[in-house]
Write a new protein. Structure first.
Length: 466
């Protein structure tokens, strides 16, 4: 299978088609510009490179539009189409002899390369934005302006205490910078790059004489964040990696350690809010939950093969779910009937049945209360992504990741993470690896919690290498 990327480039409601030039396979046929995804590249990274080489433009790559497969005489390809919401530069033709801006509904009127036809069919079927009732969008996909970083829409979202769609508000930024100070000239490792809110401030504080290494397991978000940070002048070395692989990454790039390290163990808003990631009960979507959607079983697949006792253990261990036995029994019964939950709403409904909650009662009591399915969703996400195992490895390697005097900031968000971090740091302090015993973790200020409710459960741990 040969992976290939294609760009759905938008301008004023029209889509860019490019015609293959003479001498190329399928010469004269129209396509969505793009090319082969090289080894080690994510689809967004490959598309940014291909559009630069083919058309001379610098593109901002957004969400995935569609995936198609097609068998050519040279083998089977998987074509991954990605939205390009903006670009800079004048179009220059290298591999094409003509380009056209085409209305979505007219794409199928053109003589397209075979693999591009299914993508055109998807676009033609969604020729108009979904209309919504009322004056404000309610669904994630309806928040068009926030999703393309419209400054006014983003400002309005923040003013009402919401996270802009497709973005993430970093937590306890000032406290993290204080914990890792002094940063000027420092080599900094951000183990969980995410949206890059912490990373940008860390890179700016480190300055040109320092440097930032950013890791993220999610290749889709990593590529977008790396492009955004570099566009803002950050000196960044980005690697797709679980933070359990941090030591290997440092060795690969020739570093014996770093001066400052941050690991924000929370889930990014970009992942929680995107329905296709399947991590939230707020919107319906496929029950995926994987941080890296290119590998491993989805949450639906995990439930389909896990024994009832294994499900119960995960709910207790990772979610502190008081009704773990009832939820596990319900999920096992559904599997026996061939009705394993495949969407987030189906899983939330199953939890409601297990807890004896009817549709009218399956709601949060107030803004600060947890949703009845919250613990189940958290537990499955942790199990699917082996988060506890990865954190244990990071904590084991923590002293080796730091130069003498190196500083650490860890952000935890639930009791299981807190217990692991507290035990590991205390044991290492007793062995003389930290300059002082770990201080009690700090919490977000009341002001920050009001502006960003997701910071309520955050705990910031700080230590300094002996």
């Amino acid at each position: 299978m040969i992976p290939v990327c294609a760009g759905v480039i938008l301008r004023s409601g029209a889509v860019l088609l490019a015609r293959r030039g003479p001498g190329r396979r399928h010469a004269g046929k129209w396509e969505f510009p793009g090319g082969r995804i090289e080894e080690g590249e994510t689809p967004p990274e490959a598309l940014v490179r291909e559009l630069r080489e083919e058309l001379g433009i610098e593109a901002t790559v957004g969400a995935e539009v569609a995936r198609t497969r097609h068998v050519y005489d040279f083998g089977e390809i998987e074509l991954i189409a990605l939205m390009v919401t903006r670009f800079i530069g004048e179009l220059k033709l290298v591999d094409h002899d003509q380009v056209k801006w085409v209305e979505a509904r007219r794409l199928l009127e053109y003589d397209l390369a075979p693999a591009d036809v299914p993508i055109a069919e998807v676009l033609a079927s969604y020729r108009r934005r979904e209309r919504y009732t009322g004056t404000h969008p309610k669904k994630f996909e309806q928040k068009y302006k926030e999703l393309v970083d419209d400054p006014e829409a983003v400002a309005k979202a923040k003013a009402r205490g919401s996270t802009p769609a497709g973005a993430h508000v970093p937590i306890m930024v000032a406290e993290v910078l204080e914990a890792l100070d002094p940063l000027k000239g420092a080599k900094v490792l951000d183990c969980t790059l995410g949206w890059g809110g912490h990373a940008y401030e860390l890179a700016r504080a480190a300055g040109p004489e320092g440097g930032l290494i950013g890791l993220d397991r999610d290749g889709e978000e990593l590529a977008r964040t790396a492009e955004r940070l570099r566009a803002r002048g950050a000196a960044l070395t980005a690697r797709q990696s679980n933070y359990a692989g941090a030591l290997g990454v440092l060795r690969e790039i020739g570093l014996d350690g770093v001066d400052a390290l941050l690991a924000d163990l929370g889930v990014s808003s970009m992942q929680l809010d995107r329905p296709e990631r399947g991590m939230s009960f707020k919107t319906d979507g496929p029950l995926d939950m994987r941080m890296d959607r290119s590998s491993g079983p989805t949450a639906a697949e995990w439930l389909a093969r896990a024994a009832e006792a294994e499900i119960e253990e995960a709910l207790v261990r990772y979610g502190d779910e008081p009704d773990a036995r009832a939820v596990a029994r319900t999920l096992a019964a559904l599997r026996a009937e061939g009705r394993v939950p495949k969407t987030t709403f189906e899983l939330a409904s199953a939890v409601g049945v297990a807890k004896g909650l009817g549709p009218g009662r399956f709601v949060k009591k107030d803004a600060s209360a947890k949703h009845p399915a919250a613990r189940t969703f958290q537990a499955l996400r942790i199990a699917v992504n082996s988060e506890r195992e990865a954190l244990s490895i990071l904590l084991r390697d923590l002293p080796a990741l730091l130069r003498p005097g190196g500083r650490v900031a860890l952000l935890t968000f639930h009791s299981g993470e807190e217990a692991l971090v507290s035990a590991a740091l205390a044991e290492q302090a007793a062995a003389g690896l930290w300059a002082e015993p770990p201080a009690p973790p700090r919490r977000a200020s009341p002001e920050e919690i009001r502006e960003n409710p997701r910071s309520r459960s955050a705990r910031l741990w700080r230590v300094v290498r002996a």
